[in-house]
Ligand binder design. Structure first.
Ligand SMILES: Nc1ncnc2c1ncn2[C@@H]1O[C@H](COP(=O)(O)OP(=O)(O)OP(=O)(O)O)[C@@H](O)[C@H]1O
Length: 257
């Protein structure tokens, strides 16, 4: 339990009973001593920002396998900054982001094995083709056979041999999603995964998030899409404070900004 929230305000405590949700399947990999029974991801009074200046209120959150937390807030409230800090791209201004009880460290192979992320930038390797890019990620995670299927599912097969800089912005977004979805992950961090996608793309993302959670992944996403919020098990509204709210209240708040 994070020190910073009273038990009654803890995201899980406060939402249980307010929303019905299926019991997530808890996978017990067992062989990894770091994988315990506690939260896979814990944000402990995490203040995210740049150069020591916080751009987001302090967040305390426990995310267990099978849970999906949607982070919502008006433009500029610090959602991307928070997710970058969770992915270890920015150091915390204060507090901590913990994976299996250890401070997140993107250089740690255990972290890289466990966590897949898509941020709001075009973080692809320009010298690789679409197929090479997705294939490289699949190969690194021992799942080469998945590669072609994800190219197909995300509509990238016709541009498989193109380089990212000649793709449309939506296709580039699909490429980043393919690279995240092609590999296994215990934690999935997605910054506005709906961004730049057409309706079919948004549906696919929504289905995949649900499927991943059913299979035991913990998902942390920032979004402006009320359908993704409605699907989440926990919703955190970022404003003057980071407040866990039932999805219906969060969606109502989203209409006001
Ligand atoms: N590299 C940076 N250096 C300094 N400040 C930054 C940097 N990137 C973002 N910021 C500032 O951090 C604040 C939060 O930005 P952030 O992108 O996290 O917001 P957001 O909630 O994700 O917004 P949106 O909904 O528009 O995506 C903004 O005031 C922004 O100007």
């Amino acid at each position: 339990m994070p020190r910073h929230l009273p038990r009654s305000l803890h995201p899980h405590r406060s939402l249980i009973g307010l929303r019905s949700r299926p019991e997530p399947r808890r996978e017990r990999p067992g062989a990894d001593p770091d994988v315990g029974t506690g939260p896979v991801l814990r944000l402990d009074g995490l203040l995210a920002g740049h150069d020591g200046v916080a751009h987001c209120p302090a967040v305390s959150l426990d995310l267990h396998p099978g849970e999906v937390c949607a982070v919502v807030g008006a433009n500029g409230t610090g959602k991307s900054t928070l997710l970058r800090t969770v992915l270890g791209h920015l150091p915390p201004v204060a507090g901590a982001a913990l994976l299996d009880g250890h401070a997140v460290d993107e250089t740690d192979p255990r972290f890289r094995r466990a966590v897949a992320g898509v941020l709001d930038d075009d973080a692809y390797l320009t010298e690789l083709t679409v197929a090479e890019h997705v294939g490289l990620v699949a190969s690194a995670h021992g799942c080469d056979a998945e590669s072609a299927g994800w190219l197909e599912r995300l509509g990238l097969a016709p541009v498989a041999h193109e380089h990212p800089d000649v793709l449309s912005s939506g296709q580039r977004r699909r490429l980043l999603l393919a690279a995240a979805f092609v590999r296994p992950s215990r934690v999935l961090v997605l910054d506005e995964p709906e961004q730049r996608l057409d309706a079919a793309g948004r549906d696919l993302v929504r289905r995949e998030i649900r499927a991943r959670a059913r299979a035991g992944a913990a998902v942390l996403l920032a979004t402006h899409d009320s359908r993704l919020v409605a699907d989440a098990t926990t919703t955190l509204v970022i404003a003057d404070a980071a407040t866990p709210l039932p999805a219906s209240d969060a969606i109502e708040r989203m209409r006001s900004w």
